[in-house]
Design a protein around this ligand. Structure first.
Ligand SMILES: [Zn+2]
Length: 176
């Protein structure tokens, strides 16, 4: 779990008070890797905290979609999600993994490899993948400026929207 606000919030989904308001949500693997049956995982998927390769063919890096919070400028809201890269850019990413100044690398083109629940249809959205300084995950930018997530990334969101996102995600698995 990443950043959070200890102020908590009164949840409209369950009617209870939650002690913390999460300022980030993340997934530990690309959706394509999660879908692979348990018994095939070991032979087909290589997964670390930051990288994933499936069938030695599909290459992914973990990145961050940062969304400014207009009424909480201390830090952005973060979607910790996965981007598919071309084999060439994935190799380049590895070559530069510990290279100081790697953030000067021109952006790569990637494709969002995570469905982000509150938005629908985020899989395969085209991305600009900006390399960050050593030790930090790349920043991802949605190329389709009209997509709701792109608009929020560009214009920012309010803490009220952060709460709405939390209500959706924290109770996504609840039976109705
Ligand atoms: Zn709740």
């Amino acid at each position: 779990m990443g950043a959070e606000l200890a102020t908590g919030f009164d949840c409209r989904a369950c009617g209870k008070h939650h002690e913390i308001l999460p300022l980030s949500f993340s997934v530990k693997a690309p959706d394509a890797a999660i879908r692979i049956p348990e018994e095939e995982q070991a032979s087909r998927v290589v997964l670390t905290m930051d990288q994933c390769v499936i069938d030695q063919r599909d290459h992914y890096v973990r990145g961050r979609i940062a969304v400014p919070i207009l009424d909480y400028p201390d830090e952005p809201f973060i979607w910790g999600v996965w981007a598919e890269l071309s084999p060439k850019d994935f190799t380049r990413t590895n070559e530069l993994w510990r290279t100081e100044g790697r953030e000067n690398e021109p952006p790569y083109t990637g494709w969002l490899a995570s469905e982000i629940f509150p938005y629908h249809n985020t899989s395969n959205l085209k991305l600009r993948v900006q390399t960050m300084p050593v030790g930090r995950r790349p920043h991802l930018f949605i190329e389709d400026g009209e997509h709701p997530l792109a608009r929020e990334q560009r214009s920012g969101i309010t803490l009220a929207r952060v709460q709405e996102i939390a209500e959706l995600i924290l109770h996504a698995g609840d039976s109705v």
